[in-house]
Design a protein around this ligand. Sequence first.
Ligand SMILES: Nc1ncnc2c1ncn2[C@@H]1O[C@H](COP(=O)(O)OP(=O)(O)OP(=O)(O)O)[C@@H](O)[C@H]1O
Length: 327
Amino acid sequence: MNTTPFPRLLGDIGGTNARFAWLSRPGAALSDVRSYRCAEHPTLEAAIRQYLHEQGGENPAACALGIANPVDGDQVRMTNHHWAFSIRELRQGLGLQRLEVLNDFTALALALPALPAQELQQLGGRSLSEAERTRPHAPLALLGAGTGLGVSGLLPAAGGQFLPLAGEGGHATLPACDDEEDAVLRLLRQEFGHVSAERALSGPGLSNLAWAAARLRGAVAERLEPAAVINGARAGDADCQHAVGWFCAFLGSVAGNLALTLGAQGGVYIGGGIAPRLLPELRASRFRERFEGKGRFAPFLTPIPCWVIDSPVSPALLGAARALEQM
Ligand SMILES: Nc1ncnc2c1ncn2[C@@H]1O[C@H](COP(=O)(O)OP(=O)(O)OP(=O)(O)O)[C@@H](O)[C@H]1O
């Protein structure tokens, strides 16, 4: 029996945004969802205290935080932001009876079967009934570009349970599929050494790709903000259009690799803040061609649906709530 007390504080802590929600009692819906810029708070605890103050001053009895870094032991250090803390000290500081800290995409994986159909935008593959989608009998794959690239999966287990994966697949090597992508990788390798998937598939990755497009035509390149790359592409800027095209193609390649690796016949979910902003471009791009383009294993991939998660509220918060029920 789960004896974790209420009220519960839930958090989704990314490299740019920290989002919090409140769960007042069993069976209640998440409430008081608020988002904070990480850069505007010196520590995670300071951001949490700001939220608790704005939420009404009540102290949570339990808390689950999905956070964008590997979680291994008491000391937590974010990959793409300077926040670092001790789980034990945070639990004591906030007076919590229970604190769970897990990777943000591990938390998001826990939420996948519960996502409402209207928050999923399908990119190819077969149509699934709601029963097939929400009670999958095969692994689900998850990846998402935001400040970094999160990667996870959800494996069905005995008794209707699900096991979420805690990996760091965003730091696996970025694959190139044609000469142009070879040239992009060569440039990025000169810049970064090892070129992880995150070097292309993230907000900063979009900036890297636009920079690479300019460099490849011999221009002196400046770094654009990710939003400026998307806006530039829509306004007809050739470097930005190349960047967005490569982003979508690389996302398809990496998603296809993940689906093959996990045997993700239950579908591939694409989270993070970038993909929902690029939906028209993703639909018109080589995403699906690259997802399926795995030689003899194209027939394995062709039926697999991919969905972009387009939720008004960060679904990792729902996953964090599940972590307190399940773990
Ligand atoms: N309008 C926009 N278009 C494209 N990218 C944007 C836009 N606004 C913000 N971004 C970029 O999106 C990224 C943040 O994405 P997201 O909201 O998923 O962040 P996060 O959850 O803090 O990240 P993560 O979980 O990956 O650490 C940043 O790189 C930011 O520059």
